[in-house]
Design a protein around this ligand. Structure first.
Ligand SMILES: [Cu+2]
Length: 319
């Protein structure tokens, strides 16, 4: 998929539909070789780990207690347009509509829908895992901002009306201007160390911290280009089962996910991203950032808020 503005190319990336995505359980609409204005920014980006966790009320009526779900079963949604690249990849003339947009668990298309609304490209797919419906939604703005989004819905079922929490973990393999020589800095305001920005020198797990307005940036050490990761307002903070909010690890080929298939056992389903944190130096390496979003889902809470999580990734030095 390419996005051009006049003679200049803004985005160039390769997309796999969920049914062909990588990982033990798939990983939604998966992206590779993401270039912005001719500079490689991501080697691979996807969502390989996805869990649901029920509270005591749900558990008492036989829900869960947890589910490790899958992200490679495509569900039908509404998307109209043509398929110039073959079946399952639809270029839309109007915005696609998933169950989160129209409340409908039907439609004539499954696969990946592409739509450019004048300022950003959306790459949308709807997934099914049991009675859950998940929305895999990537947004690539013309100004370089990337908005990974993941949405939560379901069909009528005795469990979905019980309070539960969704935990979704993106794997973002940044390759800023090439694979090597990246680093990650953490921002805290008020500062925790000497200044607002602190370099993360070793593999680590970090939590979001709203009182410190905690953010991160991944930059190439030589060019200072990169992406600034700003947590989304709905992304919450991990509890014990939620495992964490952000991890920085060295890229290793075998670490696409934690190898766990579908299970209801909390001890097995809990995301084992900590297992990738081995104390290795990450300053100047080929890096992977795992980013977790935690969505508390209570169908009796009618406060209008999006059933969507995801950070905003702002380009640094890339325009
Ligand atoms: Cu839910």
């Amino acid at each position: 998929m390419r996005v051009r503005r006049g003679s200049s190319e803004l985005w160039n990336l390769v997309v796999s539909r969920p049914a062909q995505s990588s990982g033990t359980n798939g990983s939604g609409a998966e992206l590779r070789f993401v270039d912005y204005r001719g500079t490689r920014v991501l080697y691979q980006a996807h969502l390989p780990i996805l869990n649901v966790q029920y509270g005591p009320d749900g558990e008492a009526v036989g829900c869960g207690p947890t589910y490790r779900d899958w992200q490679n079963q495509e569900a039908c949604f509404t998307a109209s347009g043509s398929e110039p690249a073959g079946p399952g990849y639809r270029l839309c003339s109007t915005a696609p509509a998933t169950i989160l947009d129209n409340g409908s668990d039907s439609g004539s298309f499954h696969g990946v829908a592409f739509h450019h609304d004048g300022s950003e490209l959306r790459i949308v797919s709807e997934l099914a895992a049991g009675w859950y419906r998940y929305i895999s939604d990537w947004r690539f703005a013309d100004d370089g901002v990337i908005r990974p989004r993941f949405g939560f819905a379901g069909v009528t079922n005795p469990c979905t009306c019980q309070v539960h929490t969704h935990h979704a973990y993106w794997r973002l393999n940044f390759d800023i201007a090439g694979a090597a020589d990246d680093r990650v800095d953490e921002y805290n305001d008020p500062p925790i160390g000497d200044g607002a920005w602190t370099r993360l020198r070793f593999e680590t797990r970090r939590n979001r911290h709203s009182l410190h307005r905690r953010q991160w940036r991944v930059v190439n050490r030589a060019t200072d280009q990169g992406y600034h990761i700003v947590p989304g307002p709905n992304d919450s903070t991990a509890d014990a089962y939620g495992a964490g909010d952000l991890w920085v690890v060295r890229r290793r080929g075998a670490e696409i996910d934690d190898g766990q298939g579908f299970t209801t056992d909390p001890a097995l389903s809990r995301a084992r991203i900590d297992g990738f944190v081995g104390g290795e130096a990450v300053d100047g390496r080929d890096l992977v950032v795992w980013y977790g979003g935690h969505f508390h889902h209570d169908e009796h809470d009618h406060t209008p808020r999006p059933h969507v999580v995801g950070p905003d990734l702002y380009p640094v030095g890339l325009s």
